[in-house]
Ligand binder design. Structure first.
Ligand code: ARG
Ligand code: ZN
Length: 898
């Protein structure tokens, strides 16, 4: 195999496809070694296309059996096959094109196209997998109605595809045959089939307009006891989209199928969602609180795609954020509404803040570094080499922030009006991000005469995280406070190669602020005709000023409340001001943020001390601030668990001049232990007060208690409290749910003494060895453990349960180690990086998409301390020089080294 030649695709080069393909009939003779696919397309040349336009189809890893037009085999000189395409010439304006081809599902380790997992057949087509099933115009703006025939041996009793089941029979040769018809035109990336031995759980619900719809969740036989939460989540998602957005399920039947080998979380194929089993299967014994939450959110996400993605889809893949950013925003709101339901106002506000905090933590840990590194791209990229590399935190999570800002600017009712307008204009179409903003703008201009979203559109055009600098002045004579906001965003990633004179335009930044007096009381702010605690400032130029009157002394600003924009705030609070905000800010998000800033300063100064070889001391004022949060009776447990969580190494790294992960790890560990020692009594109290006896429930209140209790346990264990180990052992042995057993086991293996920890670890494996998702947890726990070195990771890879072929297993061990084990991965001897290079290459031979994800672990190598930078660069060069590299990995490593 030779290395693929990288080809860059540009957004500006978009050309419409010259043909319509209104109808497709697909027939599959399913067999693991070789599956034959007959594809009959109705092909109509567009009125404005040239009469000699070829019909160019995509294909990959296919054996071409035959080509016929209108029932006649096509002469050899009327078509031409090259490596990845098939061109047909001289077609009549309206033709029936029949192509027969063969693929090899059992040999397909890429998990794109048609493949075998656990003996069953599954498909994954987004973004460009359909071309591995049959020759086709594999692009999202070609939309067709599909009729699908599946034929298979009786060993595959369940045969599913998109839409409605229209026929089912047994063939004379003993095989089964079924036919499915999807009434909605769709791009081929939404095609799916599933064939195998599966069981299911189902329910029927009435939609808002009174139609009965059948909801089903399919899994391996035996796993039907673990699909109740997923099915319930699906019902909740269906109801939520009806009430919050007025969007109803448009099919009579909606299916979710769990599969163990899957490249990502899940896929929104029309009426037949295919899910990584990790986002379907759960019961109290085997799933954690985080797993339950993840299932509800991914079930929601894929279900919501039915409108935002399927009914209205993308014109081309540069528009990916059109559906992903919007659908992530919708799933975030769904989860927030589910968490806050049945609560009083204050509890609901706190629950929403908890969800917001969790989402912002993810954004800062994954997207901010991406936006500052070699892969930085706008949420609507201008170019790519491999689209599979652009399912990124930027397109998804920052994309959701850009939607959220539009929600903030328009308000809930305005945003809903904008969504209604979007569907009114574009239902059934393949459109662009611009079309979405235009629909929102049609509402915004009515609300705000004289303004528009022209500057806002820069969020789609430019990469990088803007920095907003805040200046606050007080004039005692006029009792006036003047707030000055300035923005700046340096060129990043590809922007650095822009022609000289390239200047980034300002963004439209909704910036929510509050002001507190020196006692921590909220000051009323008069802004745009209303008096409120929070003012929403709209920064649309480089620098702007606002005035607030009737204020006696210089206040303490509470900035970027609720994280109203994905920016970095620059303001020089004193530690005392941060402590005041952390104790009193009435905005729970900003209050959390103040504590995090204090902790960040504390850890960074400890890391400095560590690098300089000084002894480490924690600042008593910091310990006091933490004590205040831990013992504040007005705060619920879930919120306190977030407020007291130390910022992640990934977030802290963004604040270091030269990143030194081992120094950060030591500093964080020191602080965790020091807090455990100095607040031992308070943590012990929290541990005792937040037990959740009785039947397990994943609901936010008990889950919050477990989060706080287990945080307390980890501090007590880190402090080396003898009593703590007894508590952890007891919790491990009597835990009635996976959250508590995992938390205890993690604390024990990281900080415990004696033989118990390793014995428990071995017993855990023995108990759960037949449950793949729990075995993943077992690997992940060890891969990220403090004692795990490259050598330990290599030993673990020799375990009989380990395989690189299963992405969940590879993620549990290899990704955990490379991404989340600072000491092992970033050992100055460079062995972590050599291990990384080896695994990237091993994975690349099996599954380029997964390999490319691992390849990204070294993205930001040039910002590390010199001692690490050099071996990192060498490892990247080694991978880049490898013969036969996929274009997926090639794009990542070559951009990293540019
Ligand atoms: N559309 C899917 C989702 O909802 C993700 C598909 C990603 N495909 C891929 N090859 N990475 O998030
Ligand atoms: Zn999605």
């Amino acid at each position: 195999m030779r290395t693929d030649t990288p080809v860059t695709v540009y957004r500006k080069d978009y050309q419409p496809y010259p043909y319509d393909i209104p109808h497709v009939a697909l027939a599959f003779d399913l067999a693991p070694e070789a599956t034959e696919v007959r594809c009959v397309m109705q092909v109509q040349r567009k009125a404005d296309a040239s009469a000699d336009a070829a019909l160019v189809l995509d294909g990959e890893d296919l054996e071409l059996v035959s080509v016929a037009v209108d029932g006649q085999p096509l002469a050899a000189d009327r078509y031409h096959q090259s490596e990845h395409s098939l061109a047909l010439y001289g077609l009549p304006a309206d033709a029936s094109v029949e192509i027969v081809s063969r693929c090899k599902p059992a040999a397909n380790s890429t998990l794109m196209g048609l493949y075998v997992s656990g003996g069953n057949f599954f498909t994954q087509c987004e973004a460009e997998g359909f071309r591995r099933i049959t020759w086709f115009a594999d692009r999202p703006d070609v939309m067709s109605r599909y009729r699908v025939t599946l034929r298979a041996e009786p060993a595959y009793p369940v045969l599913l595809s998109n839409g409605n089941l229209v026929a089912s029979r047994q063939l004379p040769d003993g095989r089964n045959e079924v036919e499915w018809e999807d009434p909605f035109p769709k791009p081929c990336y939404l095609f799916a089939l599933v064939a195998g031995n599966l069981t299911h759980r189902e329910t029927t619900v009435k939609t808002a307009s009174g139609r009965d719809v059948l909801l089903q969740v399919y899994s391996d036989p035996g796993a039907e006891t673990k699909t109740e939460w997923a099915l319930d989540s699906l019902v909740r998602a269906l109801r939520w989209d009806e009430t919050r957005f007025g969007l109803e399920l448009d099919l009579d039947r909606f299916m979710v199928v769990a599969v163990h080998d899957f490249n990502m979380g899940a896929m929104e194929n029309k009426g037949l969602n295919i899910f990584n089993a990790a986002y379907v299967l759960a019961d109290a014994e085997t799933a954690t609180d985080a797993n339950y939450e993840g299932i509800e959110s991914v079930i929601g996400h894929e279900y919501f795609h039915n409108w935002t993605g399927n009914r209205v889809t993308c014109r081309d893949w540069f528009q990916l954020s059109l559906k992903e950013g919007l659908t992530v925003f919708r799933d975030q709101e769904f989860s927030a509404d589910m968490m806050a339901q049945d609560m009083d106002e204050a509890a609901a506000a706190s629950a929403r803040a908890v969800k917001r905090i969790d989402d912002v933590v993810t954004l800062r840990a994954a997207q901010f570094p991406e936006d500052a590194g070699p892969m930085a791209h706008p949420i609507r990229p201008d170019s790519y080499q491999e689209i599979g590399n652009f399912y990124t935190a930027t397109v998804y999570e920052k994309g959701a922030e850009v939607i959220r800002m539009q929600h903030t600017l328009l308000g809930e009712a305005g945003f809903r009006a904008g969504m209604d307008e979007y569907f009114r204009r574009h239902d059934g179409q393949a459109v662009t991000c611009d079309d979405f903003v235009a629909a929102m703008e049609s509402v915004y201009v009515r609300q705000h005469p004289g303004r528009d979203l022209a500057v806002f559109r820069n969020w789609y055009r430019q990469a990088g995280t803007p920095r907003v600098t805040v200046k606050l002045e007080h004039d005692a004579a006029t009792r006036r406070v003047t707030v000055t906001l300035s923005q700046d965003c340096q060129p990043v990633g590809v922007e650095k190669k822009a022609p000289a004179g390239f200047v980034k335009a300002p963004y439209h930044i909704p910036f929510a602020i509050g002001l507190l007096d020196r006692e921590g009381r909220a000051l009323p702010l008069r802004h745009e005709g209303a008096e409120r605690e929070t003012a929403l400032l709209e920064l649309t130029t480089q620098t702007q000023q606002w005035h607030f009157d009737g204020i006696d002394a210089l206040p303490v600003p509470s900035l970027l409340r609720d994280f109203s924009a994905p920016v970095i705030v620059d303001y020089d609070w004193t530690d005392a001001e941060l402590a005041l905000l952390s104790a009193h800010d009435s905005n729970p998000f900003a209050r959390w943020e103040a504590g995090q800033e204090l902790a960040t300063r504390q850890i960074l100064s400890l890391a400095d001390a560590r690098q300089a070889g000084r002894t480490l001391h924690a600042d008593p004022a910091f310990i006091d601030a933490w004590r205040a949060l831990l013992t504040d009776p007005s705060l619920d447990a879930a919120y306190r668990a977030r407020a007291l969580a130390l910022p992640s190494e990934k977030t802290l790294a963004e604040r270091m001049q030269a990143v030194d992960p081992p120094a950060l790890a030591v500093a964080r560990d020191f602080l965790r232990a020091e807090l455990g020692r100095q607040l031992a009594a308070e943590f012990r109290q929290a541990f005792d007060d937040n037990q959740t006896p009785g039947e397990y429930s994943p609901a936010p209140v008990p889950a919050g208690k477990r989060a706080l209790k287990n945080l307390a346990l980890s501090h007590l264990m880190a402090a080396g409290e003898h009593e703590a180990q007894r508590l952890a052992e007891q919790q491990y042995e009597h835990a009635g749910n996976m959250t508590d057993s995992m938390a205890a086991l993690s604390a024990l293996i990281n900080y415990g003494q004696g033989e118990f920890p390793q014995q428990a670890l071995a017993a855990f494996y023995d108990k759960w060895q037949d449950n793949a998702l729990v075995v993943d947890k077992w690997f992940a726990l060890q891969a990220a453990a403090r004692y795990t070195t490259v050598q330990t990771a290599r030993e673990l890879m020799k375990h009989p349960a380990f395989t690189l072929r299963n992405p969940n297993r590879a993620r549990a061990l290899v990704f955990q180690f490379c991404l989340n084990n600072a000491r092992g991965m970033h050992h100055p001897d460079g062995t972590g990086y050599a291990f990384w290079a080896e695994q990237v290459l091993a994975l690349d031979a099996l599954n380029p998409e997964i390999a490319a994800r691992l390849a990204r672990a070294l993205d930001n190598w040039s910002r590390f301390v010199p001692a690490l930078r050099t071996p990192m660069q060498a490892a990247l060069q080694q991978v880049r020089g490898h013969e036969g590299l996929s274009r997926n990995v090639q794009e990542i490593v070559s951009k990293a080294l540019e």
